[in-house]
Design a protein around this ligand. Structure first.
Ligand code: T4K
Length: 418
């Protein structure tokens, strides 16, 4: 058995892995596509998936896209956004790129350290006469402060387009989070909770906006002789839509397994000083799309040293989202990209590490990751909690006297876990 084999104790573990059911399950869908010879341009699976996803997510209208980025680009077009768009520096490149590709100016505002989402005060401070829209991200699927953002948008007459790439299925106060804002854009990329391999969707509240979005994603074509707008080709094809229909049958189980993994990490990492695990988001049914931890200054190793140590042992955690968008060459010249304007984003980007989480990850693999994180504290001789127990110096990785804390001892050069 090679080290690459999933049952090998040292096999590599990536931050995520797409959920793929047995291939046989996909074959009947493919046979239908082959029979129909309708492979793209709004075929039957495309229509079925739009209806099923809208019902599953609890939203009014949903327009499928061939990826999330084309959804973001089209959302800005659909609302005829102009001038400046306030957005977050703490995201994937696609967020700010979609603004730039529309010939608009991204204006970065700082984030909240707990949610990693745009800080409403910072949004308000960034508004100018040129501002027409806000593009917040529900980072890791954690809801933005949607109430305050809506209030700001209403006060200043701004549109809100949520980059909801991470927020599939998230419920906030008993309803889909995707109903907030003017539009929300999902990603169904292979690395996401729910996937069509590549894919995405715009969620919109009314049929008229959906019609405009449907034109825009198909070159602006209304019929054989009418082109309504300068649209793009953003259509999802039938193979992607079929894959999505199949995935929808499994997504609840996938999210449930992710939840188990998140709980195991949370339990096992509790009390490891220098490592912050975010609290559960209030009023939220989460999707556990990512498992970020934050390596603070009281940890004996830097975040990058922990990242390297994990990598040396075959664990490919990721620094989502480092570097910040505001540090990328196409944005760093913007006044809003200045480091002193975005102190929280810089701090969080320097501390974050997203641990592996995906349905096929076993508890044993989670413990492999946890043990490496724990050993970083012990082996580096972290001194803060060194105490005397029975006259012997013991380095512990949980606060002393914490009954649920797990201790890792170093006694006369030999380690043992209690
Ligand atoms: N807005 C936000 C906030 C986003 O996070 C994203 C995408 C978008 C917009 C744009 O949506 P899309 O246009 O992509 O629909 C990945 C994804 O490619 C990207 O979709 C995602 N965000 C981003 C956060 O993560 P990378 O560069 O980290 O991907 P990559 O190829 O390094 O994959 C990560 C790991 O996943 C690999 O180490 C192994 C595993 N993997 C990946 C793929 C593609 C697999 O096991 N199998 C696979 O097929 O960006």
């Amino acid at each position: 058995m090679s080290a690459d084999h999933p049952e090998h104790p040292d096999h590599p573990i990536y931050v995520t892995q797409p959920f793929l059911p047995p291939l046989a399950e996909f074959m009947p869908y493919l046979e239908k596509i082959w029979d129909r010879k309708l492979v793209t341009n709004g075929g039957p699976f495309h229509q079925q998936l739009e209806a099923e996803l809208a019902a599953y997510l609890g939203v009014q209208h949903l327009a499928l896209f061939t990826n999330g980025t084309l959804g973001l680009l089209t959302a800005l077009q659909a609302l005829r956004v102009t001038g400046e768009v306030i957005t977050t520096p703490y995201s994937f490149a696609a967020t700010a790129h979609s603004v730039l590709w529309n010939g608009l100016k991204p204006v970065f505002a700082d984030i909240d350290p707990d949610t990693c989402n745009l800080d409403p005060d910072s949004i308000e401070a960034a508004i100018t006469p040129q501002t027409t829209a806000i593009m917040p991200v529900h980072c890791y699927g954690r809801p933005c402060d949607v109430e305050r953002i809506q209030k700001i948008a209403d006060t200043y007459g701004l549109k809100v387009i949520y980059d909801a790439a991470h927020a599939f299925g998230v419920q906030y106060k008993g309803k889909s989070l995707l109903n907030w804002g003017d539009l929300s854009v999902l990603s169904f990329h292979a690395t996401k909770v729910y996937s069509t391999i590549e894919g995405g969707a715009i969620i919109c509240p009314d049929a008229k906006t959906k019609q405009r979005i449907d034109y825009l994603k198909n070159f602006g074509i209304a019929d054989e002789v009418t082109v309504m707008a300068a649209g793009i080709n953003g259509k999802m094809n039938e193979v992607q839509a079929a894959f999505g229909l199949m995935q929808l049958r499994h997504v609840d189980d996938c999210i449930a397994r992710r939840g188990e993994i998140a709980r195991l990490y949370t339990q096992q990492l509790a009390g490891l000083l220098g490592i912050r695990v975010p609290d559960d988001a209030p009023h939220t049914v989460p999707n556990h799309s990512y498992f970020p931890i934050f390596i603070g200054p009281d940890h004996p190793l830097s975040r990058d040293a922990v990242y390297d140590r994990l990598r040396q042992r075959g664990i490919h955690a990721r620094r989502y989202f480092y570097p910040l968008l505001s540090d990328m060459p196409m944005y760093r010249g913007l006044p809003s990209a200045a480091k002193d304007h975005l102190p929280v984003a810089h701090e969080i980007a320097a501390q974050v590490l997203c641990l592996p989480i995906y349905p096929a990850l076993s508890d044993a693999d989670v413990m492999r990751v946890v043990d490496i994180l724990r050993s970083a504290l012990v082996y580096e001789g972290w001194p803060a909690q060194t105490v005397a127990q029975d006259g012997v110096a013991v380095a512990v990785s949980a606060p002393v006297g914490e009954p649920t804390g797990r201790l890792i001892e170093r006694r006369l050069g030999s380690e043992r876990r209690v």
